[in-house]
Design a protein around this ligand. Structure first.
Ligand code: TLP
Length: 351
């Protein structure tokens, strides 16, 4: 049985063109800053994202954590959204690596009210930690791939920056946001001081993310990458795939969004499932199972037994993520399987 893997866009495999480019990549020792392919990727990434410089890092998590380490000193506080990846899914890295504590704020689809940010900023008082950083996330993973507009980004960033506090954007899927809005990605990154974006999700590279910011920020970040063991050697073999991700794979994200829409509309038509397709504009869907007589983990298991992979995100909700390795036919097939399973469950409940 061929599985339809909708767990994440991280499962995408490199394209044949990427594999070829990897095989023939020109390389050098990147700790000595002598890998020409890594340099090309960093230059192109910085230019596309609208920052002075960029640093190739092994993962999005490492990119975010390096950014935090670069801004913070021990005992600082970081303002971020309570459902953000940095707070929720990065293994307590802020505390472990930066010695910082988090100040999580409620958000709506990734947006934190600027007044709440202002209120959370600490005054200069002997008892208080220093507020060292504001983190934003676009698209917002746990909010179902929700998109922040340039205006929203600017409003939140300005609330921090006017108090001299830097702003880091977790832009793991920032190109999905730009494509969904139909704008240049630089409009979304202009308000922030640094941004991390992933090559290894919808863009299809096997490994890697870029952290971008000012030249002096990236110089410090390079040292923090080294301390985490992220100073790679002939990493041009990885960067070669990343270059193709940036050059050839951005525009096709629109197809993933179309597939997510098709999936959401199909799910909305299945009695027993709760989803509003209008809430999702990129490649992530959150489906509520509240009306079904089983937990999200149980439903995920049932789906797996029938060839569809998804992930539980709470007791009652599951996540589907569309990506380049699932085509329209497979989306329709997944819908057929889900409908059959849910109908079976509905029948059982009625008995
Ligand atoms: N997210 C993964 C899991 O960690 C949940 C996924 O499958 O979606 N920022 C955001 C917004 C992310 O969604 C992710 C990955 C990361 C950072 C971390 O990237 P990696 O996996 O490269 O460390």
């Amino acid at each position: 049985m061929e599985l339809i893997d909708l767990r994440s866009d991280t499962v995408t495999k490199p394209t044949p063109e990427m594999r070829q480019a990897m095989a023939s990549a020109e390389v050098g020792d990147d700790v000595y800053e002598e890998d020409p392919t890594v340099k090309r990727l960093e230059t192109l990434g910085a230019e596309m994202i609208g920052k002075e410089a960029a640093l190739f890092v092994p993962s999005g998590t490492m990119g975010n954590q390096i950014a935090a380490m670069t801004y913070l000193t021990r005992g600082d506080e970081v303002i971020l959204e309570a459902e953000s990846h940095i707070f929720y899914y990065e293994v307590g890295g802020l505390a472990l690596l930066s010695g910082a504590q988090a100040c999580p704020l409620p958000g709506r689809r990734g947006f934190m009210e600027p007044e709440l940010i202002t209120q959370a900023i600490r005054e200069d008082n002997i008892h208080f930690p220093r507020t060292g950083l504001l983190c934003l996330e676009n698209t917002h993973n746990r909010a179902g791939g929700a998109v922040l507009t340039p205006e929203q980004t600017k409003k939140m960033a300005e609330a921090a920056q006017k108090h001299g506090i830097p702003v880091h954007l977790d832009g793991a899927r920032i190109f999905n946001a730009a494509i969904a809005l139909g704008i240049d990605v630089r409009e979304l990154t202009a308000p922030v001081d640094s941004v991390m974006f992933c090559l290894s999700k919808g863009l299809g590279a096997p490994v890697g993310s870029l952290l971008a910011g000012s030249k002096s920020f990236i110089a410090k970040a390079r040292k923090n990458r080294k301390v985490l063991g992220g100073g790679l050697r002939q990493s041009g073999v990885l960067a070669a795939a990343g270059l193709i991700a940036l050059e050839k794979m951005v525009a096709r994200l629109a197809e993933d969004h179309d597939h997510a829409r098709l999936l959401a509309e199909g799910l909305a038509n299945i009695p027993g499932l709760t989803i509003n397709p209008d809430e999702f504009s990129t490649n992530i869907l959150i489906l509520s199972l509240e009306k079904l007589p089983l937990t999200a983990a149980e439903f995920v298991q049932l789906l797996k037994e029938h060839g569809v992979l998804a992930g539980a995100v709470s007791e009652t909700a599951i996540r589907f993520v569309t990506h380049k390795d699932v085509n329209k036919q497979q989306i329709k097939e997944a819908l057929r399987i889900i409908e059959q399973l849910v109908n079976g469950l509905n029948r059982k409940t009625r008995v």
